[in-house]
Design a protein around this ligand. Structure first.
Ligand code: MG
Length: 250
C-alpha cells in the first residue's frame, strides 16, 4: 500500500532526513586510509543517537550495525568489521537511516578513500549524476518508470550496469514501503506519482556486469565479476512544487 504523507509528516521526514544526512557527512569526514569499517559504523551510530534519533538499520531484519558499509566490489549491505581496513584508492559505500518521531530518512553515498583511479572516479560520477537524473523525474503525474528509465539510460550510456535484484522503495513510517523503485525500466510505465508520496531513489551502479551474489555472511551483496560498484541514495518527496530531497544536511 502506498501512503501519502501530510505536510506535518513531511516535516518530520525532513528532520529524520537531515539527521541521516548529517550522520552520513560525519562518516564521510572520518573516511581515510587506515580506518576500519567498524570505526565508520561507530561514527554513524553515535551521530544518529546524538540527535535523539534511532539508527533505523540496527537490528533491522537482524542487521548487526547502524550503517551498511560496502567496499569496492561490495554493492550494498556490507557489515562493518574491525578487520576491514580501508586503503588508498578504495571506494566505500555507506548507507544509513535515522528514525525521528516514527519517520525514516534513508540515504547513501560512495566516498573515495584518498585518490581514485580514473575508472573508479568515472563510476562514482556516473552513479551520483544518475541519482540526480532520477530525482528530476519524481514529479506529480509522472510514473515510477520515468525515474527507472532515466537512471538506466544515463548509466548504460556511460558503459555501466544497474543491479536488478535490489531497488529503491517507498519510505515513511517504515523503511521499506510500496512502491518499488527499480533502477531499470521503461518511461511511462508503473505506478503514477502523486503529491505526498515519499520514495528512496538509490541507483546501485556496477562498472562491469549487473550480476550480483550474496556472501556467506548472508548480508553482503557483491558483484559477480568482482568489479567496482557505487551507490547513492536520497529520500525524496513528490510535491506540487517538484521533487524535494528530504535527506539534506542543511
Ligand atoms: Mg534504501
Amino acid at each position: 500500500m502506498i501512503t501519502l504523507k501530510t505536510t506535518r509528516e513531511l516535516s518530520l521526514m525532513r528532520e529524520a532526513g537531515r539527521i541521516a544526512a548529517q550522520a552520513l557527512q560525519q562518516v564521510g569526514q572520518a573516511v581515510r586510509p587506515g580506518v576500519t569499517t567498524e570505526e565508520l559504523g561507530r561514527v554513524a551510530h553515535k551521530a544518529i543517537l546524538s540527535c535523539g534519533a534511532e539508527p533505523t538499520f540496527l537490528h533491522y531484519n537482524g542487521f548487526p550495525a547502524s550503517a551498511c558499509i560496502s567496499v569496492n566490489n561490495e554493492v550494498i549491505h556490507g557489515i562493518p568489521g574491525r578487520k576491514r581496513v580501508l586503503r588508498e584508492g578504495d571506494l566505500v559505500s555507506v548507507d544509513l537511516g535515522a528514525t525521528w518521531q516514527g519517520y525514516v530518512g534513508d540515504t547513501a553515498y560512495t566516498f573515495p578513500v584518498g585518490k581514485l583511479s580514473a575508472e573508479a572516479q568515472q563510476l562514482c560520477d556516473t552513479a551520483r549524476e544518475a541519482l540526480c537524473e532520477g530525482i528530476a523525474q519524481a514529479v506529480p503525474g509522472g510514473k515510477i518508470g520515468d525515474i527507472s528509465a532515466a537512471i538506466q539510460g544515463y548509466c548504460e550510456a556511460r558503459g555501466c550496469s544497474l543491479v536488478r535484484e535490489y531497488t529503491g522503495h517507498g519510505v515513511g513510517r517504515a523503511m521499506h514501503e510500496d512502491p518499488c523503485v527499480p533502477n531499470f525500466g521503461q518511461a511511462g510505465h508503473g505506478v503514477k506519482l502523486r503529491p505526498g508520496m515519499t520514495i528512496a531513489i538509490e541507483p546501485m551502479v556496477n562498472r562491469g556486469r549487473a550480476a550480483v551474489r550474496v556472501l556467506p555472511d548472508k548480508w553482503t551483496v557483491v558483484t559477480r565479476d568482482g568489479k567496482l560498484s557505487a551507490h547513492y541514495e536520497h529520500t525524496v518527496a513528490i510535491t506540487n512544487n517538484g521533487p524535494v530531497i528530504l535527506t539534506l544536511a542543511d
